[in-house]
Design a protein around this ligand. Structure first.
Ligand code: HEM
Length: 132
């Protein structure tokens, strides 16, 4: 079992990486839609991978430390799947080769999926705010 202090620290880190991830995504998405040069620089492309890796690593370490499994915490499975959906939509939203309307719709969908992941995190229900 993980020390409670370690768990709380990891949860703080996890929330921070989640916040950085969505702010970074929003900024790049608006930047790509506005054809800003900085969005194609190496840092703008590499940093998100580092943040998202840390987001997932903090999550998996917490899950391991708390003994969460797909059986006793189905909401976590939902988060893992939706994280992949968020990343996939993000790829479409940020790719300059994609038609602009598709980048727009994919970006909005990515933000909505992210919002649902946050709702799942707080409610511990796969349906989040729709759980009733
Ligand atoms: C974009 C992706 C994600 C976002 C935005 C996100 C967001 C959050 C937030 C805001 C919390 C804090 C909830 C609270 O304070 O009660 C949290 C907690 C947590 N998340 Fe995530 N998360 C993401 C991905 C994941 C993934 C993929 C996993 C599983 C591998 C995961 C596992 C956890 C765990 C175990 C907690 C701690 C639950 C608790 O003790 O209350 N998260 N997440």
């Amino acid at each position: 079992m993980m020390a409670p202090e370690t768990y709380v620290l990891l949860r703080h880190a996890h929330r921070t990486f989640a916040t950085l991830s969505i702010i970074g995504f929003g900024a790049r998405w608006l930047g790509v839609l506005g054809a800003r040069a900085w969005t194609q620089r190496r840092t703008a492309k590499t940093l998100p991978h580092i943040i998202d890796t840390l987001l997932l690593a903090s999550a998996l370490t917490m899950a391991y430390g708390a003994g969460f499994t797909p059986e006793n915490a189905p909401w976590m499975t939902t988060k893992i799947i939706l994280l992949l959906v968020y990343i996939g939509l993000g790829v479409v939203a940020l790719r300059p080769a994609q038609p602009r309307p598709r980048r727009l719709v994919a970006g909005i969908a990515a933000i909505l999926v992210f919002a649902h992941i946050v709702a799942v995190a707080f409610t511990k229900q796969p349906l989040g705010l729709f759980a009733g």
